[in-house]
Design a protein around this ligand. Structure first.
Ligand SMILES: *Cc1c(COP(=O)(O)O)cnc(C)c1O
Length: 844
């Protein structure tokens, strides 16, 4: 053998290695290789999905060095890591986002073209992981993006639902739910880590014993044991080396259980055990705001939270940590009360499993957790019947009682003889059937509680958390939500991104406040013309999509008036419908009425068991069927329901809006984030003084925001005076006519009963005050129409909306969390070459 001294002795520094190089030719080769070696296909027999997979693996390969380097960096014991616990992560498709954050989007596009393919078509192939319902899950995804971009060490912990949020189809105008089989063609973005599996106990009983040292201890003897297997997805920051991990848990049966059953000859019992175990991560509960008191749901919550905390403790101990200082290693954020059982679980792990004293464990627990409240709606506050809770988690019920006993002892001393305080603050609701109050557990077990918009945080202090606020005046703070400009501008609105970057440079992508520099250009008529062209092109793209998906042709020159969000009575999609019917009636009365043409676009899913929300969808499609076909309308009104609203579909919607409908009843929408995406993309908002609308209006200027409706105080006063919705109807001829139009069966082929439940509720109770706000809404819409006639003025307002939305970047939100709640610092990641020792990866 000849010696190959030159090659073996000193690996050369790789400028562009064959496997992960970023040159167009290398990328093209990688796609072809992956098609063959991963998909096992060659071009003649490859499907579009095969090509998508080949491209996805090509991009994934290019982020692995960063991901592994990030994981290694966080194994240093002095690094503090944020653990974001959320039952939902609504990530959206990964391919385009990763290509942008890596800085290789254009080269990928070129490589795809040179492979004879179309990038748009490949991006379209990606099945989105719909592991969330709406705003709450999407917020978690935006926060993961910002954490990575800001180089803050973080792990997102959640559930790998086999079936995410259902796909929506519209059949005969009604919503139909289709199972979301997002994993059926494989998921190239996840890597299972079975070696990091953990066991989670359920049910059974507890017993006491005395350990070798003579300590009194409690042992939990479970009836069921489930194995949690982590599936990791990299979340890459924008143009940084940090790729944090989203670690989602899948439930399986532990092999030992199968084996035992097999030994005693119960093979089918063992298989059944497997089926029962896997149920824990089978399906996402599709209710947005209200909770469902189902045992399986509590099981899901406990399952992923226990997996996450065991994982953190393992990491902490493996890197030489001491459990008394767990809170210095991990800051755990509870995204709503869904993971609040974590407070009792960490106590159990520290006291029962790791033998810390109760007081010390409690101190560590409180310093570890912080809790984000997302809602004031009473029906959305989680509470579990004591019996159900105790059956599934017998040890946790004891721990909750012990936390409560110590807490109430303190309250008794603090507020002598105040029984009201005691019963209101207790972890146990004893007003009727007894419940465990999860928000109370989260509040008592956390060192910080935050609301998600200024108004929401204020209302929290005044209402549902009033007693806690009095107890701990410093504990409740506000962190207004934000959205990531990478997905919600750079990826979804490339035309506007290009125009803005040509005008003010590209720093705004990571310093959104920089958009302020656009203000100067609002006065520049050439810039305004370009701005309008961008909006027009975006509207054309959406119009094409609407035609493809619904068969309805809409005019891109009309005003695109859009309301997309979950369907819910408090969000008042039916108030929007009352406006549409009012315009329709006016047109029918005056066929020559001069009004700017409007296209009303709706999208959103209704919870499958939410009858009224499903009826609202039927109302929208029914009104559309009549209005869109009426020759008298002459295309001045179009009504479209765009099916299957999700992250992927929404990316075409936000950039195309002229008008954003944010019309919830004041005090009901905690923050909203759709409102931010629209305004960032240059839509004007018609909205109430609710959630983050208030702060958006303050930022963009009252003159660039269309405000209507009662305030929180106005609604409270009306309620106190005695609200009678029917009076509003009787006294308002246009409202009366709109209601009568529905009642007459005009939109339901003469069926006067179809929409009766909806009308009855509006006229009898109207708990969301549609009729009280109707006149104000109609008048405001009138002003919108007038303003739209002046295209130059409208464009100026549109530019100013975008220019002044800097505050609403999720980067700003995450900086606030880091400083006020987590006490964490950025930790930049140094790249190493793990593939080839001593070689440096070529990255731009
Ligand atoms: C942003 C977003 C939401 C939240 O919208 P809101 O208008 O704030 O309720 C819900 N679903 C999807 C898919 C989103 O992208």
């Amino acid at each position: 053998m000849t010696s190959s001294k030159n090659i073996d002795a000193q690996p050369t520094v790789q400028i562009e290695d064959d496997r992960t190089g970023l040159g167009i030719e290398t990328l093209r080769r990688a796609i072809a290789d992956n098609l063959f070696y991963i998909q096992g296909k060659f071009p003649e027999i490859a499907t579009l999905n095969d090509y998508y997979m080949a491209l996805a693996y090509t991009v994934r390969d290019r982020l692995l060095q960063r991901w592994i380097a990030t994981v290694q960096t966080y194994m240093q014991p002095d690094v503090k890591v944020v653990a974001y616990l959320s039952a939902e992560f609504l990530e959206g498709p990964h391919l385009g986002n990763n290509a942008i954050n890596l800085g290789i989007y254009d080269r990928v596009k070129q490589a795809v073209i040179e492979s004879g393919l179309d990038l748009e078509a490949l991006l379209e192939q990606e099945e989105e992981p719909g592991l969330g319902n709406g705003g709450l899950g999407r917020l978690a995804a935006c926060y993961m993006d910002s954490l990575a971009t800001l180089e803050i060490p973080a792990i997102g912990y959640g559930i790998r639902y086999e079936f995410g949020i259902f796909d929506q189809e519209i059949r005969d105008g009604w919503q139909a739910e289709i199972t979301d089989k997002w994993l059926q063609f494989g998921n190239p973005w996840e890597i299972p880590r079975p070696e990091s599996s953990v066991l989670v106990n359920f049910a059974g009983y507890t017993e006491t014993y005395t350990d070798e040292a003579g300590h009194y201890r409690v042992r939990w003897v479970p009836h069921q044991v489930v194995k949690g297997i982590p599936y990791d997805t990299p979340i890459l920051g924008y143009r940084v080396n940090t790729a944090n991990t989203l670690r989602l848990w899948k439930a399986e049966a532990p092999e030992s259980f199968d084996f035992n059953a097999f030994n005693v000859g119960n093979y089918y019992g063992a298989v059944n055990q497997k089926v029962v175990s896997e149920n824990f991560t089978k399906v996402l509960y599709p209710n947005d705001e209200p909770v469902q008191g189902k045992q399986l749901r509590l099981g899901q919550q406990y399952f992923f939270v226990s997996c996450a905390l065991q994982d953190m403790i393992r990491i902490h101990l493996a890197t030489g940590g001491d459990l008394e200082r767990f809170h210095e290693r991990f800051a755990v954020q509870l995204n709503d009360t869904h993971p609040a059982i974590g407070v009792a679980e960490l106590m159990r792990l520290l006291v029962d499993e790791h033998h810390l004293d109760w007081e010390l464990a409690w101190d560590v627990t409180q310093k570890t957790f912080a809790y984000t409240n997302h809602t004031l709606l009473p029906e959305a506050l989680e509470k579990w019947p004591l019996s159900l809770f105790g059956r599934l988690l017998p040890r946790h019920l004891e721990i909750v009682y012990e936390i409560n006993r110590r807490f109430l002892d303190w309250i008794r001393v603090k507020y002598i003889n105040d029984m009201g305080k005691l019963s209101r603050l207790s972890l146990i609701d004893e007003s009727g059937e007894r419940y465990v109050r999860m928000a109370h557990l989260a509040c008592i077990g956390s060192h910080r509680i935050n609301g998600v918009a200024a108004l929401h945080s204020e209302l929290l202090e005044q209402t549902v958390l009033q007693d806690f606020h009095e107890l701990w005046p410093e504990k409740i703070i506000n962190v207004t939500n934000g959205v990531t400009p990478r997905r919600w501008m750079v990826l979804s609105n490339p035309r506007l991104t290009d125009l803005i970057t040509r005008t003010i440079g590209d720093r705004w992508i990571v310093h959104l406040e920089d958009l302020k520099k656009l203000e100067a250009f609002a006065a520049d008529s050439a810039f305004r013309a370009e701005w309008r062209q961008v909006k027009q092109a975006n509207k054309q793209a959406l119009a094409q999509r609407i035609l493809d998906r619904t068969g309805i042709a809409v005019n891109p020159d009309s005003m695109f008036d859009i309301q997309v969000k979950r369907i819910h009575e408090y969000k008042r999609q039916h108030l929007n419908v009352l406006h549409i019917i009012t315009l329709y009636n006016r047109l029918k009365h005056n066929l020559d009425l001069d009004m700017p043409a409007r296209t009303f676009i709706f999208g959103g899913k209704a919870a499958p068991g939410y009858f009224m929300a499903k009826l609202v969808i039927k109302l929208i499609t029914s009104v559309g069927d009549v209005v869109n076909r009426d020759p008298d309308v002459r295309d001045r009104l179009k009504v479209v329901f765009l099916p299957d609203y999700n992250v992927k579909n929404s990316q075409l919607v936000y950039p195309s809006a002229d008008l954003s409908e944010q019309i919830s009843t004041a005090g009901k929408e905690a923050s909203g984030t759709g409102n931010m995406k629209f305004s960032l993309n240059g839509a004007l908002t018609i909205g109430t003084l609710d959630g983050a609308n208030i702060e958006i209006r303050e930022s963009v200027g009252a003159e660039n925001f269309c405000l209507f409706g009662l305030s929180v105080e106005g609604i409270a006063q009306l309620q106190d005076r005695g609200y009678c919705p029917r009076h509003y109807c009787d006294r308002n001829p246009e409202l009366k006519e709109a209601v009568a139009r529905i009642e007459s069966g005009y939109f339901s082929h003469g069926d006067r009963d179809l929409f009766r439940p909806l009308l009855d509720k509006l006229l009898d109770r109207d708990p969301y005050f549609l009729l009280a706000d109707y006149q104000s809404y109609i008048e405001c819409q009138e002003q919108v129409s007038q303003a739209y006639r002046d295209a130059e003025h409208w464009t100026r307002m549109s530019i100013l909306n975008t220019a002044r939305m800097g505050k609403f970047s999720s980067d700003r939100s995450i900086r606030e969390y880091a400083e006020k709640i987590w006490q964490v610092q950025p930790v930049p990641v140094q790249l190493q070459n793990y593939v080839q020792a001593n070689a440096v990866l070529n990255v731009r």
